[in-house]
Design a protein around this ligand. Structure first.
Ligand code: GLU
Length: 308
């Protein structure tokens, strides 16, 4: 039997914050408890959003927290050729088409009256759009995937079976001649033989798109685990207005890594009340069954405890 394998897949587009480390620590703990391999992949294909020095800082922070991985880090941008081959295969199968439409034009096409309007299926992707776009190819365009027009189901190991209504034809290759996140992540996870994908629930919808790509390519999809996000008191995703939750800031202000991990241990349902923990303590106490399914609020009291 092939070994089970997961990955830590940070994007060097900004500093790591508490929410990222929460996901990574849990990914690592699940893998270690089951003797799976943990790979590290730097997802650096988002050229315009990439920040100089971010990848190096991420590696330092992983070490500071006590997160380890197997083998060398894989740099996603080194694998464009195989992603291009996957795109070519999808084009050959008539599952990809080039699309000159902007997101706005696609939105408008949904509300415009057309032949599907009165059918029970919502008009997410009228066939004439796909056809119209397939005929224009004289300018740089996105390539889109002809996504399913039926409700898709994803089996998530934490959340159970999740249905997804038909959605946009997502981008596979951008007009700047680069693979999209959806295509890149599937190609890499397949090439790296990743069997278990563990990440924040903001990527749950992406799992339904990625699953379609796996099936189109005849590849075995991984097991999916989507973790709760860390949110502020106002119910919104952690952002600057909730204070500075960057790990580099805590580190620069001499907050001990054991405090950060202690907070993660509380959030993961490992222990109550807040107590300092090492990564090894976290691993020992961790139980997948205790992870909450609801998003988790980062409170001002918790912030105070980090600095206390
Ligand atoms: N690189 C992505 C991110 O940092 C994660 C991708 C994934 O886990 O599939 O949000």
């Amino acid at each position: 039997m092939n070994p089970r394998r997961t990955r830590l897949a940070p994007s060097p587009t900004g500093a790591l914050h508490l929410g990222n480390i929460f996901s990574f620590l849990i990914t690592w703990a699940i893998a270690k408890q089951h003797n799976w391999e943990v790979l590290l992949r730097i997802e650096d294909i988002d050229g315009p959003r990439k920040k100089t020095g971010a990848a190096k800082e991420m590696l330092e922070i992983f070490k500071w927290i006590g997160l380890h991985w197997d083998g060398d880090a894989h740099i996603q941008s080194s694998g464009f050729n195989s992603m291009r081959c996957t795109l070519d295969s999808l084009i050959e199968q008539n599952l990809a088409y080039h699309c000159t439409l902007t997101r706005k034009e696609i939105e408008d096409s949904r509300s415009a009256p057309h032949e599907l309007k009165n059918q029970s299926m919502p008009p997410y992707r009228p066939p004439h759009i796909r056809k119209h776009n397939a005929e224009k190819n004289n300018q740089p365009t996105n390539w889109r995937f002809t996504s399913s027009l039926q409700t898709e189901h994803i089996k998530d190991e934490l959340l159970g079976i999740k249905p997804f209504k038909p959605s946009d034809d997502f981008v596979l290759w951008t007009k700047d001649d680069a693979p999209s996140y959806q295509l890149a992540v599937v190609c890499d996870d397949h090439a790296q033989k990743v069997t278990d994908v563990i990440r924040g629930n903001d990527l749950l919808q992406s799992a339904s798109w990625q699953d379609q790509l796996y099936r189109a390519m005849g590849w075995e999809p991984p097991n999916w685990y989507h973790l709760p996000l860390i949110i502020g008191n106002d119910g919104k995703r952690l952002a600057k207005r909730h204070g500075d939750s960057r790990i580099s800031t805590f580190r620069n202000q001499n907050v001990a890594p054991e405090r950060i991990i202690g907070l993660m241990a509380k959030w993961a349902g490992n222990r109550q009340p807040l107590t300092s923990s090492t990564a090894q303590d976290f691993l020992q106490d961790f139980d997948l069954k205790n992870i909450p399914t609801e998003n988790i609020v980062y409170t001002p009291e918790e912030e105070q405890w980090l600095y206390a």
